[in-house]
Design a protein around this ligand. Structure first.
Ligand SMILES: [Zn+2]
Length: 503
């Protein structure tokens, strides 16, 4: 074995152990959200805090610094985009970032966000924003300290965004979002003004949760989620936990009276799950064995949930099965069902939003969290700022803060900079899908025949196996031939909803 390979092996061994530690934390988190008895909450908190502390120390340890230096030296002159050089480059990036953040800031952040999440849940339940306000103020300050510790050139928000979407710049994301929001606001106005009402009564009724679970399992299995290497369970807030490609846990929730919730959440999480199951096993521990960014992750979930899961081809294949499983769908024509699952309607809540309005919800948060961070908006003025801007965008006004600025958990959890990745995911998703169509032919026709493997293996090869080899925008450019652009998303939504609403 060459000296280079030996140096890489030593580094990989260290990183693999850190990754195993992360899977332990992941499994405890999954259990906490699914099966853990309430009585174990305090112990679970201690278990997670202990593992987090060990993980943080390992990620910033001198020993790791030495291993990285050695590997870098041996790789001197290698192609910077080769798998080995990419792995070392990204591992170094993680190390440098971990070293920049003082341990006491990590601990304070963990403590404050734990208490803030509780205050937020209470405030949301009681519609009592003032109860949460002092916590939000503390979290904004903490987020600024994080940004200062990490460093940035243009905007403090850059440092936070970079945590979720490596190398993304606020100014570039803003420019992209301005085009998306202007075009979607225009499409939404035409849809609303068309006065066309879609009959969604078929989606309301009695849908037995056990049957929904079985159906969700059948559908996610058909698109390629491997149940020999994964599970589907129930959780209040659906999520996906990847413990390496050999064990991926997805969750959903079932609403007995409303069909779309359970199935589309399961499809969304299965999209995340296919990404995790598609990661290269031999790269486990290396950056190339983990997901590129949250935006790329979300591109996979939104692609399977919406582009595939709300398409005519998909339901040509699955609708007869749905009708066989759920008696309330028996006499509903396919066209009526298809229109119902694609209804566009301004609403207060982001997680319930359709494909057209969803990104407008994200824009609002993207604008407001930057304003909070720069001090342009004070925490006490958030509800007024939220409601005013919301009304400008949607032409409806939240009647209380629970359906306004208290609806999302993110800020209470300290996740500033996170929301942007949702819309980036939609932009990437549309661009990838456009390219997949060019490479693979008429995908809708394939879905109608129950063929999902061509699209899935295309994504395996182009996205999943690459891990973190390339920065997100570079990955999109390599796969599609151009940097992320808003046109494919706008064009696909215009075509689909133009047809449904006749606008
Ligand atoms: Zn997601």
């Amino acid at each position: 074995m060459s000296e280079t390979d030996q140096a890489l092996d030593r580094l990989h061994e260290y990183l693999r152990e850190s990754a195993v530690l992360q899977t332990c934390r992941g499994l405890l988190n999954w259990d906490q959200e699914t099966y853990m008895p309430e009585g174990s909450a305090e112990l679970r908190g201690r278990q997670l805090a202990l593992l987090s502390g060990i993980a943080h120390r390992r990620s910033a340890a001198d020993q790791l610094g030495d291993l990285l230096e050695d590997a870098e030296e041996k790789l001197n002159g290698a192609d910077p985009e080769s798998p080995a050089a990419s792995n070392v480059r990204e591992a170094k990036r993680d190390f440098v970032q971990a070293r920049k953040i003082p341990a006491e800031l990590v601990e304070e952040h963990a403590e404050v966000t734990t208490l803030a999440r509780r205050a937020w849940a209470q405030a949301r339940a009681d519609n009592d924003y003032p109860h949460f306000q002092p916590w939000l103020r503390r979290i904004v300050k903490l987020s600024r300290r994080f940004a200062d510790a990490l460093g940035y050139e243009e905007h403090a928000y850059d440092a936070l965004l970079d945590q979720y979407e490596p190398h993304a710049k606020t100014s570039e994301v803003r420019a992209l979002f301005e085009v998306v929001s202007a075009k979607l606001a225009d499409l939404l106005a035409r849809i609303v003004d068309s006065g066309r009402k879609i009959d969604t009564s078929s989606l309301h009724g009695q849908f037995d949760p056990a049957s929904q679970h079985a159906f969700a399992q059948e559908v996610t299995s058909a698109i390629g989620f491997d149940f020999a290497r994964g599970r589907l369970d129930r959780a209040v807030h659906p999520f996906c936990t990847g413990l390496g490609p050999w064990d991926v846990r997805i969750t959903t929730r079932f609403n007995e009276k409303w069909f779309p919730d359970g199935l589309f959440s399961a499809l969304h999480e299965a999209g995340h799950g296919l990404y995790e199951q598609g990661l290269a096993g031999e790269q486990f521990g290396w950056p190339m064995g983990s997901a590129c960014s949250l935006g790329i992750h979300e591109s996979q979930s939104r692609l399977w949930e919406n582009t595939v899961g709300r398409s005519r081809g998909f339901w040509t294949h699955f609708y007869p099965k749905a009708q066989a499983n759920f008696s309330s769908l028996k006499n509903v024509p396919m066209d009526q069902f298809y229109a119902a699952i694609n209804e566009v309607k301004p609403s207060m809540i982001r997680v319930d939003a359709d494909e057209v309005t969803y990104n407008l919800h994200v824009m609002l948060r993207f604008e407001l969290e930057q304003a909070l961070l720069t001090g342009d908006i004070d925490a006490k003025d958030l509800p007024e700022a939220w409601n005013t801007r919301f009304e400008e965008i949607f032409r409806i006004r939240p009647q209380n803060d629970t359906e306004g600025c208290l609806q999302d958990i993110h800020w209470s959890a300290g996740l500033f900079g996170y929301f942007a990745t949702y819309t980036l995911g939609n932009v990437y998703s549309a661009q990838l899908y456009e390219k997949a169509q060019q490479d693979l032919g008429d995908l809708d026709e394939q879905f109608a025949k129950g063929e999902f493997a061509p699209l899935r293996t295309w994504l395996n090869e182009k996205i999943h196996w690459q891990g973190r080899r390339f920065a997100p925008t570079r990955l999109i450019e390599r796969v599609t031939g151009r940097p992320p652009a808003p046109e494919p998303l706008i064009a696909s939504l215009e075509a689909k909803y133009g047809a449904i609403y006749g606008v």
